[in-house]
Design a binder for this molecule. Structure first.
Ligand code: NI
Length: 135
């Protein structure tokens, strides 16, 4: 019997979306306000879900405290109040779109989880725009 548990988290970060080989006009035509050379911020909302069997002894799929601490150390401490383009090495050569951020978060978290569990990352860049990645 597989059950999914989820934990919500939050971070604020600045970014700029652009392709280095394009000029400002083309970047602005594709990425709009997100191409602003002076950067801008988003209030990112994150939902991490872990699916697995219930441990018969504890009754847990996974200890929520462990998941909470993992999200804090791997994501919040790395991204919160940072400029993603300039301060987070994962994005030095990767456009920090919500799509790419969700894949980076997934990869940071999945390596700490037992192999018999699967995870899904949902990342809201705005209240209306969100992306989902599950490997
Ligand atoms: Ni943006």
């Amino acid at each position: 019997m597989k059950v999914t548990i989820s934990r919500k988290a939050h971070f604020n970060a600045a970014h700029r979306l652009f392709v280095k080989s394009w000029d400002d006009t083309k970047n602005e035509s594709i990425f709009g306000k997100c191409a602003n050379p002076h950067y801008h911020g988003h209030n990112y909302e994150l939902i991490v879900s872990v699916t697995g069997e219930i441990d018969p002894e504890t009754g847990y799929v996974m200890d929520m405290k462990v998941l909470k601490d993992l999200i804090k150390s791997e994501v919040e401490d790395a991204f919160d109040h940072k400029n993603l383009n300039l301060q987070v090495p994962d994005f030095f050569d990767l456009n920090p779109t919500a799509e790419n951020i969700s894949v980076v978060i997934y990869n940071k978290l999945v390596k700490h989880l037992d192999k018999d569990k699967t995870i899904e990352v949902v990342l809201y860049e705005t209240p209306r725009n969100f992306v989902k990645y599950s490997g």
